[in-house]
Design a protein around this ligand. Structure first.
Ligand SMILES: [Zn+2]
Ligand SMILES: [Zn+2]
Length: 163
Protein backbone atom coordinates (compact mmCIF):
# COMPACT_ATOMS: atom_id res chain seq x y z
CA UNK A 1 0.00 0.00 0.00
CA UNK A 2 1.36 3.37 -0.99
CA UNK A 3 1.29 6.43 1.19
CA UNK A 4 -0.75 8.66 0.54
CA UNK A 5 -3.62 6.20 -0.08
CA UNK A 6 -3.70 6.24 -3.85
CA UNK A 7 -4.82 3.33 -6.00
CA UNK A 8 -4.49 2.80 -9.73
CA UNK A 9 -7.58 0.99 -10.98
CA UNK A 10 -8.79 -0.14 -14.38
CA UNK A 11 -12.15 -0.86 -15.91
CA UNK A 12 -12.41 -4.57 -16.57
CA UNK A 13 -14.42 -3.97 -19.76
CA UNK A 14 -12.26 -1.37 -21.47
CA UNK A 15 -8.94 -1.48 -19.66
CA UNK A 16 -9.18 2.31 -19.10
CA UNK A 17 -7.07 3.36 -16.14
CA UNK A 18 -7.73 5.93 -13.45
CA UNK A 19 -6.22 6.99 -10.16
CA UNK A 20 -8.43 6.78 -7.10
CA UNK A 21 -7.26 8.91 -4.18
CA UNK A 22 -8.95 7.91 -0.88
CA UNK A 23 -8.44 11.42 0.48
CA UNK A 24 -10.77 12.86 -2.16
CA UNK A 25 -13.37 10.17 -2.85
CA UNK A 26 -15.90 12.47 -4.51
CA UNK A 27 -18.65 15.02 -3.89
CA UNK A 28 -21.21 12.43 -2.75
CA UNK A 29 -21.44 8.71 -2.17
CA UNK A 30 -23.01 8.34 -5.61
CA UNK A 31 -20.21 10.13 -7.45
CA UNK A 32 -16.60 8.96 -7.44
CA UNK A 33 -13.75 11.22 -8.44
CA UNK A 34 -10.82 9.78 -10.34
CA UNK A 35 -7.85 10.93 -12.37
CA UNK A 36 -8.29 9.55 -15.86
CA UNK A 37 -5.20 8.31 -17.67
CA UNK A 38 -6.76 9.08 -21.04
CA UNK A 39 -7.87 12.63 -20.15
CA UNK A 40 -4.89 13.39 -17.90
CA UNK A 41 -7.22 15.16 -15.53
CA UNK A 42 -9.83 14.31 -12.92
CA UNK A 43 -13.36 13.37 -13.84
CA UNK A 44 -16.43 12.00 -12.10
CA UNK A 45 -17.62 8.42 -12.39
CA UNK A 46 -21.04 7.37 -11.20
CA UNK A 47 -21.05 4.70 -8.51
CA UNK A 48 -22.93 2.25 -10.79
CA UNK A 49 -20.26 2.80 -13.43
CA UNK A 50 -17.52 1.72 -11.02
CA UNK A 51 -19.03 -0.72 -8.51
CA UNK A 52 -17.84 -4.25 -9.32
CA UNK A 53 -16.45 -3.07 -12.68
CA UNK A 54 -12.95 -2.06 -11.70
CA UNK A 55 -9.91 -3.93 -10.54
CA UNK A 56 -6.53 -2.95 -9.20
CA UNK A 57 -3.82 -2.38 -11.81
CA UNK A 58 -1.27 -5.22 -11.65
CA UNK A 59 1.26 -3.50 -13.89
CA UNK A 60 3.64 -2.07 -11.30
CA UNK A 61 5.42 0.18 -13.81
CA UNK A 62 2.18 1.65 -15.09
CA UNK A 63 1.01 2.09 -11.51
CA UNK A 64 4.11 4.09 -10.55
CA UNK A 65 4.04 6.12 -13.78
CA UNK A 66 0.41 7.17 -13.38
CA UNK A 67 0.66 7.80 -9.63
CA UNK A 68 3.71 10.01 -10.16
CA UNK A 69 1.97 11.86 -12.98
CA UNK A 70 -1.08 12.41 -10.76
CA UNK A 71 0.97 13.71 -7.81
CA UNK A 72 2.79 16.14 -10.09
CA UNK A 73 -0.48 17.24 -11.68
CA UNK A 74 -1.75 18.06 -8.15
CA UNK A 75 0.97 20.73 -7.96
CA UNK A 76 -0.15 22.48 -11.15
CA UNK A 77 -2.71 25.34 -11.04
CA UNK A 78 -5.36 22.93 -12.36
CA UNK A 79 -4.48 20.42 -9.65
CA UNK A 80 -4.54 23.10 -6.95
CA UNK A 81 -7.96 24.23 -8.11
CA UNK A 82 -9.16 20.63 -7.88
CA UNK A 83 -7.72 20.33 -4.37
CA UNK A 84 -9.63 23.39 -3.17
CA UNK A 85 -12.87 21.98 -4.58
CA UNK A 86 -12.21 18.50 -3.19
CA UNK A 87 -11.50 19.87 0.29
CA UNK A 88 -15.06 21.21 0.50
CA UNK A 89 -16.62 17.82 -0.34
CA UNK A 90 -16.01 16.30 3.08
CA UNK A 91 -17.88 19.05 4.94
CA UNK A 92 -20.70 19.03 2.42
CA UNK A 93 -21.08 15.26 2.75
CA UNK A 94 -21.14 15.41 6.56
CA UNK A 95 -23.73 18.16 6.63
CA UNK A 96 -25.85 16.19 4.18
CA UNK A 97 -25.64 13.19 6.55
CA UNK A 98 -26.85 15.39 9.43
CA UNK A 99 -29.74 16.81 7.43
CA UNK A 100 -30.95 13.38 6.33
CA UNK A 101 -30.45 11.94 9.84
CA UNK A 102 -32.54 14.74 11.39
CA UNK A 103 -35.29 14.33 8.79
CA UNK A 104 -35.81 10.69 9.78
CA UNK A 105 -36.68 11.74 13.35
CA UNK A 106 -38.75 14.73 12.28
CA UNK A 107 -40.86 12.49 10.07
CA UNK A 108 -41.62 10.29 13.08
CA UNK A 109 -42.24 13.29 15.30
CA UNK A 110 -39.37 12.34 17.59
CA UNK A 111 -36.87 14.90 18.86
CA UNK A 112 -33.59 14.73 16.96
CA UNK A 113 -30.72 13.29 19.04
CA UNK A 114 -27.42 15.09 19.34
CA UNK A 115 -24.61 14.19 17.01
CA UNK A 116 -21.26 13.13 18.48
CA UNK A 117 -18.64 14.80 16.32
CA UNK A 118 -15.52 13.31 17.87
CA UNK A 119 -16.29 9.84 19.06
CA UNK A 120 -14.65 8.90 22.38
CA UNK A 121 -14.62 5.34 21.10
CA UNK A 122 -11.75 4.03 19.02
CA UNK A 123 -11.83 4.19 15.28
CA UNK A 124 -14.12 1.69 13.64
CA UNK A 125 -15.42 1.02 10.17
CA UNK A 126 -18.54 -0.80 9.11
CA UNK A 127 -21.24 -0.79 6.45
CA UNK A 128 -24.59 0.94 6.40
CA UNK A 129 -27.43 -1.58 6.75
CA UNK A 130 -29.63 0.65 4.63
CA UNK A 131 -27.53 1.58 1.61
CA UNK A 132 -24.49 -0.71 2.21
CA UNK A 133 -22.13 2.23 2.06
CA UNK A 134 -18.76 2.03 3.81
CA UNK A 135 -18.79 3.90 7.16
CA UNK A 136 -15.90 5.24 9.19
CA UNK A 137 -16.33 7.10 12.48
CA UNK A 138 -13.15 9.05 11.72
CA UNK A 139 -15.11 10.69 8.89
CA UNK A 140 -18.76 10.65 9.82
CA UNK A 141 -19.92 11.39 13.39
CA UNK A 142 -22.16 9.19 15.50
CA UNK A 143 -25.72 9.42 16.75
CA UNK A 144 -25.83 10.04 20.52
CA UNK A 145 -29.03 8.05 20.91
CA UNK A 146 -27.91 4.71 19.45
CA UNK A 147 -24.15 5.23 19.23
CA UNK A 148 -24.07 4.13 15.59
CA UNK A 149 -22.20 5.92 12.85
CA UNK A 150 -24.49 8.18 10.85
CA UNK A 151 -24.53 7.33 7.16
CA UNK A 152 -24.79 9.89 4.37
CA UNK A 153 -28.17 8.38 3.58
CA UNK A 154 -29.20 9.45 7.12
CA UNK A 155 -29.47 5.97 8.61
CA UNK A 156 -28.41 5.18 12.17
CA UNK A 157 -29.29 2.44 14.66
CA UNK A 158 -32.44 4.26 15.82
CA UNK A 159 -34.34 3.11 12.73
CA UNK A 160 -32.80 -0.32 12.39
CA UNK A 161 -35.28 -3.16 12.33
CA UNK A 162 -34.08 -6.72 12.18
CA UNK A 163 -37.21 -7.90 10.45
ZN1 LIG B 1 -26.56 4.51 4.31
ZN1 LIG C 1 -29.41 6.83 16.20
Amino acid sequence: MSNPPIHVLFFKMTGALFVYDERYPGPSQEVISGFSEALRKTRFYSKEHVAGKVSRCRDREKEIELTTYYLNWMKTPEGQEYLREAASWKDARISQAFTRHAKGFERKGISVPEVIRCSPKRRRTTHCYECKYHLDNAITPECSSCGWIICECGACGCFFTNA
